[in-house]
Design a protein around this ligand. Structure first.
Ligand code: CMC
Length: 383
C-alpha cells in the first residue's frame, strides 16, 4: 500500500540540505565545505578542521588558538560521569560504554537545558574533547589502570595517544593520528549523522533536554554497527584470523563462495576507491616499514587485488579497510578502532546537529505499509 515512491535503504534519496560535506561517488571526491579531503589531510589539523566544520570558515590564528583552548578545557569529564564509567562491567564494549557516558554527560553539562544556538555550539565543542577522554579512560579503567587527565597543551590526537598509552606520543605518530581524525571527521548523510539529525529535528529551543547530547548518543549507537563504523574493527579481526599472506587466497575464495561480504569494502555512495582509503593506504605502508612489520599491509594489498579480480561490481576499499592496519601498528586495542571513528566523527555530528537546529523541520518520512488492511480484534479467550 504505497503512499509514495519507496526506496529501500533510502538509496539515492536526498533527505537534507547541507553546506558541510560533498561526495562525488563516481569521481571519488570528498570535500568538507568545498576543500578537498587530500588538501585538508596535507595542510590542516583536526582542531582546525573541527572549527571549519562547525563554523564554516577557516579560522584566523587567534580564532584557532581560542578554539583549541576551549576544546582542551572542555575535554575534562565530570567526576560523576567517570564514576559511572568505572561502574560498568569490564566486558562492556567500548562503543556501549561511550554511548552510555555521552548520554550521561547531558545531565552534567553546564548548558544542559539550554538549546539556544550559542549553547549548542558550546556543548558541541565540549563533546568533541570529552569523547576522546571517555574512550581512552574506559580502556584504562577496564584494564585496572587509572585514567590519565588530558593535557591542556596537547592536541586531540596527542591527548588520545597520551591518555591511552600513558606516555608522550612521538610527533610523527601524533601527526598520523591527527590526519586519521581529519579523514574520519565528516561524510555527508552517513547513517550515524542521519540518525543524529533525525533526533535533533525533534527538538525545540524550549525542549528541557539537551538536543546535542541526544543526537550524539543516537549517532554513537548507529556508528557501532559493522556495516558502518564497526567495520574497521572487523577488518583487523579478519586479518588476524587469516593470519598469514599465504592464507589470504583461500580465505577470500571462501567468502565469495559463501556470498559473504569482505569487511572494509564497498560503499553506498562511492563507485570508485574512497579517497580516504588512498591516504590511509600510504600510512599503513609507511607504518609497516617503520615498525618492521609489513605483513598486515601486504595482506591488505593482496585482498584488494583478489576482490577486484573476483567481481565486476564497484567494490573498492573504503575508509575502514586500511585504518585497521594503521591503528594496530600504533598499538591501539582492536575494539577501540570504532571509538576512534567516534572521536573524530563527533565533530561532523555536531556540525550537522547545529546546522539542523538552525533551520529545523521535523524529519518524519512515511512507511510503505505491507500489513493487513483490516483485521478484527479477537478477545483473549478466543485466540
Ligand atoms: N564484499 C562483497 N560484496 C559486497 C560488498 C563487500 N564488502 N559490499 C557490497 N557487496 C555486493 C553485495 O553483495 C551486493 O551484491 P548483489 O547485488 O549481488 O546482491 C552489491 O555489492 C551491493 O551491495 P549492497 O550491500 O546492496 O550495497 P549497500 O550500498 O547497501 O551497502 C555497505 C554498502 C557499505 C553496507 C556494503 O558495501 C558492506 O556491507 N560493506 C562491508 C562493511 C563495510 O565495510 N562497511 C563500512 C562502510 S564505509 C565506512 C562507514 O560508513 O563506516
Amino acid at each position: 500500500m504505497a503512499n509514495a515512491d519507496f526506496v529501500k535503504g533510502l538509496e539515492g534519496v536526498i533527505a537534507a540540505e547541507s553546506s558541510i560535506c560533498f561526495i562525488d561517488g563516481h569521481a571519488g571526491r570528498l570535500t568538507y565545505r568545498g576543500i578537498d579531503i587530500q588538501d585538508l589531510a596535507e595542510h590542516s589539523t583536526f582542531e582546525e578542521t573541527c572549527y571549519f566544520l562547525l563554523f564554516g570558515n577557516l579560522p584566523k590564528q587567534a580564532e584557532l588558538d581560542a578554539f583549541k583552548a576551549e576544546l582542551a578545557a572542555g575535554s575534562v569529564v565530570p567526576d560523576e560521569v567517570m564514576a559511572l564509567v568505572r561502574s560498568l562491567p569490564k566486558e562492556t564494549t567500548p562503543m556501549d560504554a561511550l554511548r552510555t557516558a555521552v548520554s550521561a554527560l547531558g545531565s552534567y553539562d553546564p548548558d544542559a537545558l539550554d538549546n539556544s544556538d550559542a549553547a549548542n555550539v558550546r556543548k558541541a565543542v565540549r563533546l568533541i574533547g570529552q569523547v576522546t577522554t571517555l574512550t581512552t579512560s574506559f580502556d584504562r579503567i577496564r584494564k585496572g589502570l587509572d585514567p590519565i587527565a588530558p593535557r591542556q597543551d596537547y592536541t586531540v590526537a596527542e591527548n588520545f595517544l597520551y591518555t591511552l598509552h600513558g606516555e608522550a606520543p612521538h610527533p610523527s605518530s601524533a601527526r598520523v593520528f591527527d590526519v586519521c581524525l581529519i579523514l574520519h571527521a565528516d561524510h555527508e548523510l552517513n547513517a550515524s549523522t542521519f540518525a543524529g539529525r533525525v533526533i535533533a529535528s525533534t527538538f525545540t529551543n524550549e525542549s528541557g533536554v539537551s538536543a546535542v547530547h541526544a543526537a550524539a548518543t543516537g549517532a554513537i549507537g548507529a556508528l557501532a554497527g559493522p556495516l558502518h563504523g564497526g567495520a574497521n574493527q572487523r577488518v583487523m579481526e579478519m586479518l588476524l584470523k587469516i593470519g598469514d599472506l599465504d592464507a589470504v587466497d583461500a580465505f577470500i575464495d571462501d567468502l565469495f563462495a559463501n556470498k559473504k561480504k569482505v569487511m572494509g569494502f564497498g560503499h553506498r555512495v562511492y563507485r570508485t576507491i574512497d579517497p580516504r582509503a588512498t591516504v590511509l593506504r600510504s600510512f599503513a605502508k609507511k607504518l609497516g616499514e617503520d615498525t618492521g612489520n609489513s605483513k598486515w599491509f601486504e595482506m591488505c594489498e593482496k585482498i584488494e587485488k583478489l576482490v577486484s579480480a573476483k567481481t565486476s561490481k564497484p567494490i573498492y576499499p573504503n575508509v575502514d579497510f586500511f585504518s585497521g592496519a594503521v591503528f594496530y601498528s600504533m598499538n591501539v586495542p582492536i575494539d577501540i578502532f570504532t571509538p576512534i571513528f567516534a572521536c573524530s566523527r563527533i565533530s561532523g555530528w555536531m556540525a550537522h546537529t547545529v546546522e539542523q537546529l538552525r533551520n529545523n523541520r521535523l524529519i518524519r518520512p512515511l512507511a510503505d505499509y505491507q500489513g493487513l488492511e483490516k483485521m478484527e480484534y479477537m478477545p483473549m479467550a478466543e485466540r
